[in-house]
Design a protein around this ligand. Structure first.
Ligand code: ADP
Length: 246
């Protein structure tokens, strides 16, 4: 479903991604792990063009973008490409002046131009799916961090993206709220949603990932099943990283 080839990203003189090659199969959950500053978030943001890669190609379903020429990507292409993805941010990024329901409906009504009643019905279904139907009319400030993040997931799903991208979705949460968000994500993984998750939650990666990708200093050091990475890695850098977490 997604094929990334020789992806580079430079900020000024600093090359943050140094030639990433990665394939993501439909229905798979791919967890991206690695030390802070290694380029994980940048890679994820390149996948929905919040960052424009300096070089390389990204194929997503029937869309393909080539960044070799360093020319800006035409805006309509960016929009079409981005609509294939749904992003869940570390800091939820909900509209504070809208209820949970309105946050989930927003994209359906104003981007997809769908009928308001149909959008409301769909948004309510999604809030139910993430266990929040009773909080539909609450504002973000009236919700816990875990609940806000679950609204964030429902909002991303409302647009029916081909792939959901998660940028450290639980790292802003108090520890006791992490589980409820991971539970929703595990359910989505089981249902066959394609997901790319930048995470520090190694237990989640162990349990839910089809593939774990270890990135360090802008390159993929190693990728494999959770078992290969967490139990049988032969790479010194992976071992060092995992040992530091224990
Ligand atoms: P990670 O997610 O692995 O912690 P990031 O992708 O956030 O790493 O960052 C990788 C490197 O790129 C860091 O050194 C960071 O400071 C740098 N970086 C990220 N975004 C920008 C930006 N917009 N401008 C300049 N440097 C950036």
């Amino acid at each position: 479903m997604i094929e990334i080839k020789n992806l580079h990203k430079q900020f000024g003189q600093t090359e943050v991604l140094k030639g990433i090659d990665l394939k993501i199969e439909e229905g798979n959950t791919v967890c991206i792990i690695g030390p802070s500053g290694s380029g994980k978030t940048t890679l994820l943001r390149c996948l929905n063009l919040l960052e424009t890669p300096t070089k390389g190609t990204i194929k997503l379903g029937k869309f393909s973008l080539d960044f070799q020429d360093k020319k800006p990507v035409p805006k309509d292409k960016v929009i079409k490409f981005r609509q294939q993805t749904g992003m869940v941010f570390q800091s939820y990024n909900l509209f504070p002046h809208m209820t949970a329901l309105e946050n989930v409906m927003e994209g359906l009504v104003y981007v997809r131009k769908q009928d308001k009643e149909a959008s409301r019905t769909k948004a309510l279904q999604l809030l139910e799916k993430v266990g929040l139907s009773e909080r539909a009319n609450h504002y973000p400030s009236q919700l816990s961090g875990g609940q806000q993040q679950r609204v964030g997931i429902a909002r991303a799903m409302a647009m029916e993206p081909e792939v959901l991208l998660f940028d450290e979705p639980t790292s802003a949460l108090d520890p006791e709220l992490v589980g409820e968000v991971l539970k929703v994500m595990k359910e989505l993984a089981k249902e066959g949603m394609t997901m790319v998750v930048v995470t520090h939650e190694m237990n989640f990666a162990r349990e839910a990932a089809d593939k774990v990708v270890f990135i360090d200093k802008g390159v993929i050091v190693e990728e494999g099943t959770p078992q290969q990475i967490f139990e049988h890695t032969g790479h010194e850098r992976t071992l060092q990283f995992l040992n530091k977490l224990c």
